[in-house]
Design a protein around this ligand. Structure first.
Ligand code: UTP
Length: 298
């Protein structure tokens, strides 16, 4: 099996109900951390990992996402003529090569596994591929997917990004049943999607970065719906283990924000705002003031 990962699937067809009413007309992935939409963070991470082809699984109402990746010649000309070179560079860095992006439609929100399966015809039978959930934004010195691609070149198999969560949070995640713990990598003997309280096999949760073998797409073709009535990607990866193939969890280095939830999105806004040199002092002073006791009591 080839171990070069050059394609990534971005499942962005979910309804984003936790952000209603905003998501009535704005795709969740266009929501902005400081000044960049969530999808831009995901694309930048994919590019850093060597991804060349970007497959978006979209749905009705996600037009703004497609528009976002169009070049904007009028805006670029205007910035150029005004000598706003910094902004021009920012804009040009978001431009994608023609033909590098494909859009596939998921006609019904039947779950993450189903969304990934919708892209099956764009992945060759000997081709590993990445899956990135743009809701999970990961800050770190080396982008998470790049760390994983490097580890995957050694390991092969399937690889999921993993992070320790408290037992009380386990029922919100896919949880790994660990066979061997090698430190940054673990080998996995099972996976459980959203285990009932007290039934999680470990504290290692799967978050939204995957490198998968194409056989996972065949597994998805055979799957019925799982937890929550949705077709679960976790179940298709667990089927790899039952077929005797390797699945690894990768403990990435970095901080993950769950931008699919309001609290996570606000935390990410604070973290990314404070990370910006031009905003840091003013923003930190404001936060200090807001969190001081008299204000907090209001
Ligand atoms: P979520 O579980 O966050 O669901 O999906 P959601 O619909 O986006 O948001 P809420 O829960 O209603 O607020 C995780 C990822 O899987 C994609 C989503 O777009 C998101 O990137 N997804 C989920 C699909 O593409 N299709 C689906 O049927 C379900």
């Amino acid at each position: 099996m080839n171990r070069r990962v050059t394609k990534a699937i971005f499942p962005v067809a979910g309804l984003g109900t936790r952000f209603l009413p905003a998501t009535k007309s704005i795709p969740k992935e266009i929501m902005t951390l400081v000044d960049r939409p969530l999808i831009q963070y995901a694309i930048d991470e994919a590019r850093a990992a060597g991804i060349k082809e970007f497959i978006f699984v979209t749905s009705r109402g996600k037009g703004a996402l497609e528009d976002y990746f169009d070049h904007s010649p009028i805006l670029e000309d205007s910035l150029r003529s005004k000598g706003k070179t910094d902004l021009l560079e920012t804009l040009e860095n978001t431009n994608m090569e023609s033909g590098a992006i494909a859009y596939i439609r998921q006609h019904k929100a039947l779950g993450l596994g189903h969304a990934v399966w919708c892209a099956r015809r764009l992945i060759a039978s000997d081709e590993p591929f990445a899956v990135i959930l743009p809701d999970d934004v990961i800050a770190g010195d080396k982008p998470c997917l790049q760390q994983m691609v490097e580890a995957y070149e050694e390991s092969g198999g399937c690889m999921v990004a993993a992070m320790e969560v408290p037992p009380s949070a386990a029922s919100s995640y896919g949880i790994l049943d660990v066979e061997n713990d090698f430190g940054s990598m673990v080998s996995v003997r099972g996976m459980v999607e959203k285990p009932e309280p007290g039934k999680a096999p470990s504290e290692l949760a799967v978050i939204g970065r995957y490198i998968l073998a194409p056989s996972v797409l065949e597994n998805l073709s055979r799957l019925g719906s799982g937890a929550g009535g949705e077709i679960q990607l976790t179940d298709a990866i667990a089927a790899e283990i039952r077929a005797g193939r390797d699945v690894f969890g990768y403990r990435f280095r970095g901080q993950r924000f769950d931008c699919g939830s309001k609290a996570g999105f606000l935390q990410a806004t604070v973290a990314f705002g404070l990370a910006r040199e031009e905003l840091r002092d003013e923003f930190a002073a404001y936060l200090r003031e807001m969190t001081s006791l008299p204000h907090a009591a209001q």
